[in-house]
Design a protein around this ligand. Sequence first.
Ligand code: B1M
Length: 214
Amino acid sequence: MSFDKLRFAIQDGDAAAAKTLTSALVDSGSVPAEILNQAMLPGMSVVGARFRDREIFLPDVLLAARAMKAAMAVLEPLLLRDRVPSAGAIVLGTVRGDLHDIGKNLVSVMLQGAGYRVVDLGSDVEPDAFIDAAVDEGASVIGMSALLTTTMTEMAAVVGRIRERELHGRVRTIVGGAAVSEAFACEIGADAYASDAMTAVDRVKAMMAANPSI
Ligand code: B1M
């Protein structure tokens, strides 16, 4: 079965079809990471471009997001299947004012798949809530996602609060999301940047190796 049908189901916001097609692809032996990278993510990219070009509107994006989540629900257990025992804890969330959580959820699944315990705070997370959770959970890494140019500045607020609370060097930060770049991460003093979920795992591994817990 081709990946195109699933890509179209996500673009069209058809959650039932997205779920059925993902299950069918899995049953026919397709590799979960390929389903994700060759059908689901390209589908969301098309949705983003169409929304930007005003070819579709917010309700269409919401439907596409639901379809993406329905497909992810099928893949998630498979991506987590080979999980190894916890290699450390990481606090993860989407920053204050930002409700986009699909990419953050993907990062969470990949990190869990790599053996990390993820404390997922959800979306619209206050700066100090990230830090409180890291202290409470003994997590040496805080991961932040931002999709809006208006909310990416919240990442700088978290980095600033880590310094003010004298936790710098003990709690490290990784940032990502469509609005964020390597240059921005450097500018705000974040410890790492990742453009995608797989790279996020590599960056977290490197940080955890240097500093497994606070
Ligand atoms: Co919104 N939205 N949205 N949206 N939305 C964008 C981000 C936008 C680029 C669309 C566009 O104009 N082309 C635009 C932002 C423009 C800007 O700021 N420059 C936009 C806008 C404007 C808005 C609203 C303001 C619209 C409005 O109300 N007028 C509004 C804001 C609401 C809010 O947050 N306060 C809004 C709302 C929504 C929905 C609720 C409808 C829905 C979100 C549903 C949800 O997440 N539960 C939505 C969606 C779906 C999108 C697009 C189309 C798709 C985002 C997505 O899920 N992509 C998006 C367009 C786009 O990004 N091209 C858009 C798939 C996902 C897998 O990718 O999240 O980038 P992404 O994650 C990647 C990497 O970035 C990285 O790994 C992931 C996988 O490889 N990554 C990390 C992500 N987090 C990471 C963290 C890391 C490391 C890597 O370390 C911790």
